[in-house]
Design a protein around this ligand. Structure first.
Ligand code: 2AL
Length: 172
């Protein structure tokens, strides 16, 4: 089974060679420039400083970064093959969705298809902390957005997912 990255203390992260540090950040988001900026910004005085730098670097993302990052995110309700690098994280994040609920699964599948037809990319939401019903409600509501508005909402969700993953990688 694919493993979720272990937590590393900020002092140890500061001391890793560049490649190892980039490797730790890579499962947070499939945007290499973001990881490179964080690796090059070392050493960080503490974890808070790293998280602030991570947030700031993520503010620069636009539609190209969103499209790139989506290549590593399965649809809501779908699982990546276990050998893919983000598979375990993604399963954990979507863990509150009840797989046994067939009508929910169908509604999410239909919603995903409508979203993709409307916006031309996979529906993305920070799934951690949300039930399947809450995700479905957000999906239905976001279908009413215009394209520019929806791109901003999806980018904000991508930033949330990335920062949450980073807090799981870098400990106190
Ligand atoms: C995901 C995912 O893999 N993790 C998460 O929080 N959201 N996927 C998605 N399509 O929203």
């Amino acid at each position: 089974m694919s493993e979720v990255a272990a937590t590393i203390a900020i002092e140890d992260f500061n001391r890793l060679d560049d490649e190892a540090a980039r490797g730790l950040l890579q499962p947070c988001v499939a945007i290499p420039a973001w990881a490179t900026a964080l690796v090059q910004g070392r050493p960080y005085p503490d974890r808070t400083a790293l998280l602030a730098a991570a947030k700031e670097a993520a503010q620069r993302w636009g539609e190209a970064e969103l499209d790139r990052a989506l290549s590593a995110h399965p649809r809501i309700g779908e699982k990546l093959p276990e050998e893919r690098p983000h598979a375990a994280l993604s399963r954990q994040e979507q863990g509150a969705i009840n797989d046994e609920d067939a009508s929910l699964a169908r509604a999410l599948k239909e919603g995903n298809a409508r979203y993709e037809a409307r916006f031309g990319r996979v529906f993305l939401i920070r799934a951690k902390g949300r039930s399947g019903e809450e995700i479905l409600q957000a999906l239905t509501q976001r279908l009413n957005h215009d394209e520019a508005e929806e791109t901003q909402v999806a980018l904000a969700q991508l930033r949330e997912i990335t920062l949450l993953r980073l807090t799981g990688v870098i400990g106190e």
